[in-house]
Design a protein around this ligand. Structure first.
Ligand code: URA
Length: 225
């Protein structure tokens, strides 16, 4: 059956599924000037090189190295966090600090390992003092993440924490409202959950994150059925 985009959205909305369209360069606020980056079409190595040499925002000046992403390039699950912290900046790998260890544990509870998923961040460079990413930094890095998503072609994306969820979905709704349901990023199902750094501070919320991962697992199983 050929369905128009309008009909497809109407069906999805009737099923209670929010449809989000990836933010393009058009959505960048007009007073922010970000030179165009052409990551589209790059293969893994070219994309890696491009990220490693990136000077598109001021964060490049303070980094030890870029933090590209890690894991299975053909993974079914793609985990997207916010930005590297101090430990990640030192080691060049996402989620290797305390929050990262908790993320590993959370993945284990649904039968996954760090090596079986692909883990990336909204930003590839560490913001100073772990401050929130700025709008121009997110815009400067966006094409890299979009290309990573295209190359991995995951069956599900897990947006970990507020910054990842809000930037991927183009909303300012809080995680508490976004979690616990299925979204779509383009064609890819997306589940929002709490950031493990938040769970370290609020362990009573871990159960909700586990529920979110179980929901994600059921979405992937549905796709295989
Ligand atoms: N927090 C994130 O969001 N990403 C990391 O890589 C580390 C901590």
């Amino acid at each position: 059956m050929n369905m128009s985009e309008h009909q497809r959205r109407a069906y999805l909305e009737a099923m209670g599924i929010d449809v989000w369209v990836p933010r393009g360069q058009d959505d960048i606020e007009p007073d922010i000037e970000v030179p165009e980056v052409r990551a589209g079409g790059l293969d893994w190595q070219a994309l890696r090189d491009c990220v490693a040499g990136c000077t598109r925002c001021e964060l490049h000046a303070g980094r030890t190295q870029t933090v590209f992403g890690v894991g299975d390039p053909d993974a079914d699950w793609m985990i997207i966090g916010e930005a590297p912290g101090a430990e990640e900046d030192r080691r060049g790998e996402p989620f290797v600090g305390r929050a990262g260890h908790l993320l590993d544990e959370m993945l284990r509870t649904v039968g996954l390992s760090r090596d079986s998923v692909f883990i990336a961040n909204i930003l590839k460079c560490r913001p100073p003092n772990n401050r929130d990413p700025k709008v121009d930094e997110v815009a400067a890095c966006r094409a890299y993440l979009e290309r990573q998503i295209e190359l991995v072609a995951p069956k599900i994306i897990i947006a970990v924490g507020r910054v990842a969820a809000q930037n991927l979905l183009g909303t300012d709704a809080p995680v508490g409202r976004l979690r616990g349901k299925r979204h779509l990023l383009g064609e890819v199902p997306l589940i929002v959950t709490y950031h493990p750094a938040y769970l370290l501070r609020s362990p009573s919320q871990k159960r909700k994150s586990w529920d979110d991962l179980c929901l994600a697992r059921s979405v992937v199983r549905e796709l295989h059925a």
